[in-house]
Design a protein around this ligand. Sequence first.
Ligand SMILES: Nc1ncnc2c1ncn2[C@@H]1O[C@H](COP(=O)(O)OP(=O)(O)OP(=O)(O)O)[C@@H](O)[C@H]1O
Length: 452
Amino acid sequence: MARKIGSRYTAHQILGRGSAGTVWLGEGPEGPVAIKLLREDLSSDQELVDRFVQERAALLSLDHPRVVGLRELVVDGSDLALVMDLVRGTDLRTRLEHERRLAPQAAVAIATDIADGLVAAHAAGIIHRDVKPENVLLDAHAPPGPGGAPPALLTDFGIAKLIDSPRRAAALRNSGGAGPSQAAQGLGGQAFSSGSQGLQGPRGIIGTPDYLAPELVEGLPPRAAVDIYALATVLYELLAGFTPFGGGHPGAILRRHVTERVAPLPGIPDELWQLIHQCLAKAPASRLRAPEMAARLREILPELEGAPPLEIDEQPDEPYDEPPPGRSATGTVPAAAPAQDVPPRVAVPLVETSTGPESNRDTHTSMRVPGADELAGGAHGTARAPRATGARRAGSARNRAAQAAALRKRRVRLGVVAAVIAVAAGLGGWLATSGDDSSSRPAPEVQQSTNP
Ligand SMILES: Nc1ncnc2c1ncn2[C@@H]1O[C@H](COP(=O)(O)OP(=O)(O)OP(=O)(O)O)[C@@H](O)[C@H]1O
C-alpha cells in the first residue's frame, strides 16, 4: 500500500525492518529511493526530532561512493523519515548468514570499502558508532570487485548517536525491564553511570555489544577509533563466522571487550592478522586510523587471491573446558552449564528496540540483566575461541574434575558483580595508559558533529 512521505516522496513497499524503524522502497522526484520511516515512539520524541534537524546539514553533506547517501530528512506530522539512495542488493549480515564465512579476499575487499567510507566520514568529523554487518549494504548491480565481492556501502551514519538522547537513556536506566543500559548497569553500574555522568552526560551505551570498543564500555566518549575497532570486528567475523568477543549475554560480551585478548584465527595470513590485531587494540590510540587501515587492507588484497575461506571448527566447547595452565588468554573462559542453557549468539543493539512484529531480525533481541555468574565469566558468558578444524580442544575430559574445582574457586573469587565493577573500573585507568600493540600514535581527534 503506497504511503505519502512529505510532499515529495511516496513509500511503496517494505524492504526490511530494523531497530529504529521500517525501510521502504520509495519514489521521489529523482527516481527510486529507500525511505527509513522511524518508529512512532522515536518520531514523536520532540528532542530526537530536534537533533535530527540540527544534524541535518552534516549528515546530508556526507557524499562518498562507499557511503549510502542521505538525501533528505522529512519531518511530516508524526512521520520522521530519512530518504536515502536505494541500494539494490542485500546487507552484509544476510550474505554472512548464507555463506557463514567469506574467502579472505572478498572479506578484505568489503572491509576496504567500509574503511574508505570511514575515511570520508571521519574527515568530515562524523563518527558512525554502529559499524556492523547490518549497516553494510552490498550493491549487487555494480560490477564485483576483488574476490567477486560486490561493492559495499556503509549506511546509518550518525543514527545511533541521534537516537542516543539523554532523556531516553535516562528513562531506560530507570525502567525495570530489559533496555539498552541494563547490560552496562549489570557490568558495573557505578563504573558506567559515574563515568557517563562525568564524560558523556547522562547517557547509556549506544551500539551493538559485539562491536563495541572497550573505551565505550568504560564510559569514555566515542572517538573515530571506535569505528576502527568495530570494522576490525566485522572483518574478523567475515573470516571466522563469529565475532571475537561475542556469545552469551550482553554484559558478558561487554566484559570481554575490556578484559580478554583476541586469539589468532587459524590459517590467517600473518599480515592480515597483524592488521586485525592492531585495530582490535584495547587502547584506542594503538589502533590504526581509517586512512592507514584502508591503505593496509588495499596492500594485502592482491596476496589473498584464490585463498579459500578459513577452516575453523565451530563445534561448541565442551562444558568445563578451560585453557591449560600456561596458555595465553585467548577469549576462552570456562563453561559451567549444559550447552542447551546457553542462549544463541546474536548481536543485540544497545538501543531501545521495539519487539514483536515491528522488528524482523534476530539482531533485535531485547536484553535482560546478566547475572553475577555470567558477568564473572560463567557459561553464558563463554566466548568461542577459534580452533582449526580437527584441532584438539583446550582442556579435556580427563581434567574435568580438576577444572570444575578450579572453576568453583574462581567463581568464589569472581562471582559477585562488585568484583566485576572493580575490574571494569580499574581497567579504565589501565586502558588509558596502555595498549597491546607497539604503536603509540595519539588517538584521532574527530569531533562528533552529532553533538548538539
Ligand atoms: N538504502 C537502502 N537501500 C536498500 N535497502 C536498504 C537500505 N537501507 C536499509 N535497507 C534494508 O532495510 C532493512 C532494514 O534496515 P535498517 O537499517 O532499518 O535495519 P538494520 O540496519 O538491519 O538494523 P539496525 O537498525 O538495528 O541497525 C535491511 O534489510 C536493509 O538491507
